[in-house]
Design a protein around this ligand. Structure first.
Ligand code: PLP
Length: 434
C-alpha cells in the first residue's frame, strides 16, 4: 500500500468518504486521492514526496501560486498579533476599500456597483446572505438560478448545481425540504426565452436572479454575448434584483473580475476564493441603499464569529496588493498556452473535444460542439477524462479530478512548470483516445 493509499484509508475511517469536500474524492476519475503536505509556487507535494504542477490552485484562490512570499509574510505578521478578536479591525476597512476601488465603476450605467462590502468566511455564506438580502429588499421569495451553476451548498441553491453534484451525477441533495427547493426556479443557462417565460409567469414573486458571472462549475461555459445584460434588464423591469456571483471569477479573470471584462448592472455581487488568498474569506457587496438593509442598520440578519478574521483579511489584502497587471497578463498567457496545447494534443489523437473559455478560465469539453448549457455539457464523452486525468497525474500534473471543473493556473506558473504540463499532454491525449 502506498503512503497515499494509507492516508486515504486512515482518513476514510474518521471522515466520510475520506474527504472534507466531495469532489476531492476522485469518484469520477477513479483511484485514491493524493494527500498533500506542501505547496510552493506552481507546485504541490504529496505525502510520498511526489511533486505536481498544480492546475487546481485550491479551486481558484491561489492567483499568485502557493506560499507567495508577500502573502506568507502578511499572514505571519497577522498571526503574531493574535488569531481572532471578535471585534472590528482597521484592516477590514482597508480590504473593503481595496475591493470597492477595484470595482469602481463597472456597472453598465457607469455608476459604482459596490459602495459597501460585508465580509464573511465562505462563498456559500456570501451567496446565502445575498439571497436573504434580496428577499429582504424586495419582500418576495422566489429565486431564479441556472442549471449547472454552483453557488455553494445552502439549501435553496443546491438544485441542479453542477460542480460536485455533476461529478457525482446527483441532480440535487437529499435533505433539502421540498418547500425550500420550491422557492428556486431552475432555468437553462443562456436561454433568454426561458428567462422571459419565467418572469411572465412568476415576475411579481421573483426576488432575484442569481447567476455565475461566467459559469465555471459545469466546466467553463461563458455567458453568450449580452446574456448578463439581458438578465439585468428583465430582472429590473420586474422589480427583482440581479445577484452576480463572482466567487470564482472575482479578481481572477481581471483586476475587477468578470465585471472588469463586461460591465453589468448588478445589484449584489458576491466574492470568495481570491479575495482570501487561500484563507477562509468571502464577501458580498452592493450599493449603500441595498447594503443598509443588513443588520445592524437594517432588518436582514447576518453574522459570523470569524467574519473578517484578521489572518484571513491579511492574506486577502496581501493577495490583492500583489495582483498587479503583470499577474493578470501572466495568468492569461499561461491559460492560453496550456489550453491551446491540450487542444493540439487531443486533435493529434483524434479525440472529439472543444476548449471552453471565459476570460482566463478554461476547461475541455469532450465533444466537438461547444455546449452553452448544462444539458449540452452533460452530453460530452466525460468517460475520457478519467484516463486523461490519471496520465497527467502520473506525469506530475495535478488537474481537477472531474471533467466538470475549470482548470486553474497562477502567476507563479513559470515556463518550467508550463513546459512540464505541455510535455505530459500527448500521452494523456492518447490515454483519452483509448
Ligand atoms: N459560488 C461560486 C461561483 C463558486 O464557484 C463557489 C465554490 O466553488 C461558491 C459560490 C461557494 O464557495 P465556498 O466553497 O467558499 O463556500
Amino acid at each position: 500500500m502506498t503512503d497515499n493509499d494509507q492516508s486515504f484509508a486512515e482518513a476514510s475511517r474518521v471522515i466520510p468518504g475520506g474527504v472534507n469536500s466531495p469532489v476531492r474524492a476522485y469518484r469520477s476519475v477513479g483511484g485514491a486521492p493524493r494527500f498533500m503536505v506542501s505547496g510552493r509556487g506552481p507546485y504541490i507535494t504529496d505525502v510520498e514526496g511526489h511533486e505536481y504542477v498544480d492546475l487546481v490552485c485550491s479551486w481558484g484562490p491561489l492567483l499568485l501560486g502557493h506560499a507567495h512570499p508577500a502573502v506568507v509574510d502578511a499572514v505571519h505578521a497577522a498571526v503574531s498579533r493574535g488569531l481572532s478578536f471578535g471585534a472590528s479591525t482597521p484592516a477590514e476597512t482597508e480590504l473593503a476599500e481595496a475591493v470597492i476601488a477595484r470595482l469602481s465603476p463597472v456597472a453598465a450605467d457607469g455608476q459604482p456597483v459596490i459602495e459597501q462590502l460585508r465580509l464573511v468566511s465562505t462563498g456559500t455564506e456570501a451567496t446565502m446572505t445575498a439571497i436573504r438580502l434580496a428577499r429582504g429588499v424586495t419582500g418576495r421569495s422566489l429565486i431564479v438560478k441556472f442549471a449547472g451553476h454552483y453557488h455553494g451548498h445552502s439549501d435553496g441553491l443546491l438544485a441542479d448545481a453542477g460542480s460536485g453534484l455533476a461529478t457525482l451525477a446527483l441532480p440535487a441533495s437529499a435533505g433539502v425540504p421540498a418547500e425550500i427547493a420550491a422557492q428556486t426556479l431552475v432555468l437553462p443557462y443562456n436561454d433568454r426565452a426561458a428567462v422571459t417565460q419565467a418572469f411572465e409567469t412568476y415576475g411579481p414573486r421573483i426576488a432575484a436572479v442569481i447567476v455565475e458571472a461566467a459559469a465555471a462549475n459545469m466546466g467553463v461555459v461563458a455567458p453568450q454575448p449580452g446574456f448578463n445584460a439581458f438578465l439585468a434588464s428583465v430582472a429590473h423591469a420586474a422589480g427583482a434584483l440581479l445577484i452576480v456571483d463572482e466567487v470564482l471569477t472575482g479578481f481572477r479573470v481581471s483586476p475587477a473580475g468578470w465585471l472588469g471584462l463586461e460591465p453589468i448592472d448588478a445589484d449584489i455581487v458576491t466574492f470568495g476564493k481570491v479575495i482570501g488568498g487561500g484563507m477562509p474569506l468571502a464577501a458580498l457587496g452592493a450599493r449603500r441603499s441595498v447594503m443598509e438593509y443588513l443588520a445592524p442598520l437594517g432588518p436582514v440578519y447576518q453574522a459570523g464569529t470569524l467574519s473578517g478574521n484578521p489572518v484571513a483579511v491579511a492574506a486577502g489584502l496581501a493577495t490583492l496588493q500583489a495582483a498587479d497587471a503583470d499577474v493578470y497578463a501572466r495568468v492569461d498567457a499561461v491559460a492560453r498556452t496550456i489550453a491551446d496545447a491540450a487542444s493540439d494534443a487531443l486533435s493529434a489523437t483524434g479525440v472529439a473535444h472543444a476548449v471552453s473559455r471565459a476570460g482566463s478560465l478554461f476547461s475541455i469539453q469532450f465533444q466537438n460542439e461547444l455546449a452553452v448549457d448544462y444539458a449540452g455539457v452533460q452530453r460530452q464523452e466525460a468517460f475520457r477524462y478519467g484516463p486523461f486525468f490519471h496520465a497527467m497525474l502520473d506525469a506530475g500534473v495535478s488537474l481537477p479530478p472531474s471533467a466538470y471543473e475549470a482548470w486553474f493556473v497562477s502567476a507563479a506558473h513559470d515556463d518550467a512548470a508550463v513546459a512540464r504540463v505541455l510535455d505530459a499532454l500527448p500521452a494523456a491525449a492518447r490515454a483519452a483516445a483509448a
